[in-house]
Design a protein around this ligand. Structure first.
Ligand code: CAA
Length: 278
C-alpha cells in the first residue's frame, strides 16, 4: 500500500516512519520542497541509527525503513491509496492543500488529516475524495493512539478503512466525532495551559511543577515538558481553537504561553521552551 504523507515536521516524519516500518507499506514523504522532505527523512533515520546503537532496534529494521520511506513532491502523490496531511495547524494552509490533493489523488484514495483540533467537515467541503481524520500523537512512532475523526461528510466506510489501516500499522484507534480538540487535546492542552498559569503565579518552579505531576499523578513527563514536546506554538493554537469554537472563557490561553511563543521559545524544536534542550 502506498501512503502519501504531506508535512515533514515532527509529526509528519514520525507518521511516515510508522508506515514505512510496516511490511507492505511505502511512505512517500512530501513538504513544500524536496529539501524539507529530505530533512524529515534524515531525522527519522538519525533517530533509528541512535536506537540501533542503543540496541533497541536492529540494523535490518533501520534499513527497512530507509528503503520504504521515500521523498516525493506533493505532485507525485497521485498513486497513493491514502494521503495523510500533517502540515501547519491552520485552516488557511490546510484547506488549499486539500483542494490540491483532491485534484491529484487517484480515484478511491482517502485524504486524511492529522489535525489535532480543526474541522474535518471544513477540510472536506466540496471535495470529490473521501476525507477523514487520522490523528496521531507525539512521538508518533511510540504513541499507540490514533483518533479517527469523522466530519459531516465522512462515511462509515471511510472511518472503517482508516481504522483498519491504523490497526495494520500497530496503532489503537478510537472513533471520535468532530469536536474542537477531539478527546485527548480537549483534556490535555488545558492541563498544560493550567500548568503555565501555576508557573506564572509563582506557585512552584517549572521543574517542581513537572516533578509534582509525574509523582503525584503518574504522568510519564510533566505538563510543561509535554508542552515543550508538543511545541508551545501548537499548544497555543489548540487553546485558541478551543476558545474560538466554544466561546468558553475557560479555554483562555495563558498570557505567559503567548509570551513564550512570541519570543520564539517553542520548546524542543527551538532548543528552548519552559526547559532548555541541547
Ligand atoms: N521518535 C521515535 N522514538 C522515540 C521518540 C521520538 N521522537 N522519543 C522517544 N522515542 C522512543 C525511544 O527511542 C525509546 O525507544 P526504545 O526504548 O526502543 O529505545 C522509547 O521511545 C522511550 O524513550 P526514552 O527512554 O528516551 O524516554 P521516555 O521513557 O521518557 O519515553 C516518551 C519518552 C514515550 C515520549 C514519554 O516521555 C511519554 O510518554 N511522554 C508523553 C507523551 C505524550 O503525552 N504525548 C502526547 C502529546 S499530545 C499530542 O501529541 C496530540 C497533539 O495533537 C498535540
Amino acid at each position: 500500500m502506498i501512503i502519501g504523507v504531506v508535512g515533514a515536521g515532527t509529526m509528519g516524519a514520525g507518521i511516515a516512519e510508522v508506515f514505512a516500518r510496516t511490511e507492505g507499506y511505502t511512505a512517500k514523504l512530501a513538504d513544500i520542497s524536496r529539501e524539507h522532505a529530505e530533512k524529515g527523512r534524515n531525522r527519522v533515520l538519525a533517530g533509528l541509527d541512535k536506537r540501533v546503537a542503543k540496541g533497541s532496534a536492529t540494523q535490518a529494521q533501520r534499513d527497512a525503513v530507509a528503503a520504504s520511506l521515500v521523498v516525493a513532491d506533493v505532485a507525485e502523490l497521485g498513486d497513493a491509496d491514502l494521503i495523510v496531511e500533517a502540515v501547519l495547524e491552520t485552516m488557511t494552509i490546510k484547506r488549499p492543500l486539500f483542494e490540491q490533493l483532491d485534484a491529484l489523488a487517484k480515484e478511491g484514495a482517502i485524504l486524511a488529516s492529522n489535525t489535532s483540533s480543526l474541522s474535518i467537515t471544513e477540510l472536506a467541503r466540496g471535495l470529490g475524495h473521501a476525507v477523514g481524520g487520522m490523528h496521531f500523537f507525539n512521538p508518533a512512532p511510540v504513541m499507540k493512539l490514533v483518533e479517527v475523526t469523522a466530519g459531516a461528510s465522512t462515511t462509515e466506510e471511510t472511518v472503517a478503512t482508516i481504522t483498519q489501516i491504523a490497526e495494520a500499522v500497530g496503532k489503537t484507534p478510537v472513533r471520535v466525532e468532530e469536536a474542537a480538540g477531539f478527546v485527548v487535546n480537549r483534556i490535555l492542552v488545558p492541563m498544560i495551559n493550567e500548568a503555565v498559569g501555576v508557573l506564572a503565579d509563582g506557585v512552584a518552579s517549572a521543574a517542581d511543577i513537572d516533578e509534582a505531576m509525574k509523582l503525584g499523578a503518574n504522568h510519564p513527563i510533566g505538563p510543561l515538558a509535554l508542552g515543550d514536546l508538543i511545541g508551545l506554538d501548537v499548544t497555543l493554537a489548540i487553546m485558541e481553537v478551543l476558545q474560538a469554537e466554544t466561546g468558553d472563557p475557560k479555554y483562555r490561553a495563558h498570557p505567559l504561553l503567548r509570551k513564550y511563543v512570541r519570543a520564539g521559545w517553542l520548546g524542543r524544536k527551538t532548543g528552548r521552551g519552559f526547559f532548555q534542550y541541547a
